[in-house]
Each structure stands twice: as structure tokens, then as C-alpha cells.
Write a protein that binds this ligand. Structure first.
Ligand code: R5P
Length: 280
């Protein structure tokens, strides 16, 4: 088995290789002065089962992913499993207005081209997997969140009903409280986010979401939970897409962490073990 880590997922690929007890395949990556990518695989892949890991954010990493696949495809390999830790464009999973691209479909069709299998993590909408014609599966980061928050929180919350399963799984593993927040618009300026059933008074809570982008969702949830008596509010996301001013907005949060599906300084949680389980 060979593991190739694209430049956007070197950290995760390295962790995975370590968990599986194999060396990362030697590769070269650089950018030309105009920004175009150059990739080279420096080892023979003949007859190998190859795992390629490259996240799809921001867009330049998608092109790089295609270059890695092209290079891999030139070897007589056994099979290629492409792992896109963050599968981008999953929020545009249909044409909301006539004439729009179905971006998630466009990405799925191209990513699967040279792949025998595709694996994603906490894809925004699991129905996007139906756009693949090859085996495609989605792994959950819930157990990774549970490992990280063990002993640190009394409750795990989802900021909305859509993410409830992810948060509930983590709380089940930890044996702590769980709930999701319900959003109610009070007037033009005020939106309330209140846990459906749980009182957070005196509790240390973690809000777990798939994506933090502008930070608007977590900022509002944190403010409201503190007003409702939570003593600590931590925020975690699978995919830290972090817009430039996001951390200024999250000043109220006691901690903001992300997994390594999109690598940044906030990537304190690794999903390498969850991926390794597939190959174990
Ligand atoms: C929404 O459906 C997602 O699960 C996230 O809650 C959302 O993408 C977060 O975005 P932002 O950080 O911009 O509020």
C-alpha cells in the first residue's frame, strides 16, 4: 500500500501513514512563478493499492488533486482510493435557480474519474455521494471530537438540527449530555439560539459543527449559551474554512479547534485514526 499526501493534506497523510505503520510515498511538489502546480511521484507504484489524500479547499488544491491523479494513473497500479478530507462545493448540491451549476456533481464526476473508490469526511450533505458512480463513502469525525473533549465538557451541542447526529454520536461516546440549538427570529435584529431540551446553566459545553466559515453561527451560539449560564463554551468543527476575520468574531469562545481535514493552526484534532480504521 502507498500513501500520497497532496500539499494541502501533508499533515493528515503523515498521521495516517504513522497510524498504519508505513512510510509516506516520496513526492515532489512546487509552484511555478505564475502559481501553477508541479507534482512528481518519485517512487514506483506498479501493482500497488494507492491512497491519495488531498483536500479540496481552496480551489487551487482541486487542480493539484487532478495532477496527482494524472501522475498516479500513469503507473500500472492495483487501485486508487482518493480521499478528499474536505469535499468542497457540497453546499451547492442542486440547482437552486435555473441555469446554475450543480457544483457538487461537477466535482464528484471529475474526482472519481481515475479513482476506484472515494472517501470523504463529514460531507455537508450525504446525498452528494449519490453523484458518484464508483464506491463512495463518508466517515464521521464524531469519535475524534469525543477523544479531544474527553474530560473537558459536560455537554456536546449541535448549532442546528442538521448536525445533530454528529454531535449526538460524540456525546454518546463520552456519555455526556447532548442537544441541538433551535434558532428563532425575534425581530429584524435579534435571533435566539436555545437548546431544544437542555439547560446549559453551570455547564461546560462544546458546540460541534461540520464547517466554520465566517464564524457567524458559532459567534451567535456562543453569545447565547453564555447568556443562558454556560460557564465555558468551546467550538469545534470538522472543516475549518476560516474566513480572514473569523477569530475576531469568536472572541467569546473559550477555545476554537478544528480537525486536520483542512490544515491550519487550529487543527488540533486528527481524523487519521478514523481513516485508518477503513484500512485496518
Ligand atoms: C450550515 O449548514 C453549516 O453546518 C455551518 O453551520 C455553516 O456553514 C457555518 O458557517 P458560518 O461559520 O459562516 O456561520
Amino acid at each position: 500500500m502507498k500513501i500520497i499526501g497532496g500539499s494541502a493534506s501533508r499533515m493528515l497523510a503523515g498521521e495516517l501513514a504513522q497510524v498504519l505503520g508505513i512510510e509516506l510515498t516520496k513526492t515532489e511538489f512546487r509552484r511555478f512563478p505564475d502559481g501553477e502546480a508541479y507534482v512528481r511521484i518519485s517512487e514506483d507504484l506498479t501493482g500497488e493499492k494507492v491512497i491519495l489524500i488531498q483536500t479540496t479547499h481552496p480551489d487551487e488544491n482541486i487542480v493539484e488533486l487532478f495532477l496527482w491523479q494524472d501522475a498516479i494513473n500513469d503507473f500500472e497500479i492495483d487501485s486508487l482510493i482518493t480521499i478528499t478530507p474536505y469535499f468542497g462545493y457540497a453546499r451547492q448540491d442542486k440547482a437552486f435557480e435555473s441555469g446554475e451549476a450543480i457544483s457538487a456533481r461537477a466535482l464528484a464526476e471529475r474526482i472519481e474519474l481515475f479513482s476506484d473508490e472515494v472517501i470523504t469526511i463529514d460531507i455537508h450533505n450525504k446525498q452528494v455521494l449519490d453523484y458518484f458512480n464508483k464506491p463512495a463513502s463518508d466517515l464521521s469525525a464524531s469519535s475524534a471530537f469525543a477523544r479531544y473533549f474527553s474530560g473537558k465538557v459536560d455537554a456536546i451541542l449541535s448549532p442546528d438540527k442538521g448536525g445533530a447526529e454528529r454531535a449526538q454520536k460524540a456525546s454518546d461516546i463520552l456519555g455526556c449530555d447532548f442537544d441541538f440549538l433551535e434558532k428563532t427570529r425575534i425581530d429584524a435584529e435579534t435571533v435566539e439560539m436555545i437548546p431544544k431540551n437542555l439547560s446549559v446553566e453551570g455547564k461546560r459545553v462544546a458546540i460541534v459543527d461540520d464547517i466554520i466559515s465566517t464564524g457567524g453561527t458559532i459567534a451567535l451560539a456562543t453569545k447565547q449559551l453564555k447568556e443562558q449560564g454556560a460557564v465555558e463554551v468551546r467550538a469545534a468543527c470538522t472543516h475549518g474554512l476560516f474566513a480572514p476575520s473569523v477569530f475576531d468574531k469568536l472572541y467569546d469562545c473559550d477555545e476554537v479547534v478544528a480537525t486536520d481535514t483542512v490544515e491550519s493552526d487550529a487543527s488540533k484534532i486528527s481524523v487519521a485514526e478514523e481513516i485508518a480504521d477503513v484500512f485496518g
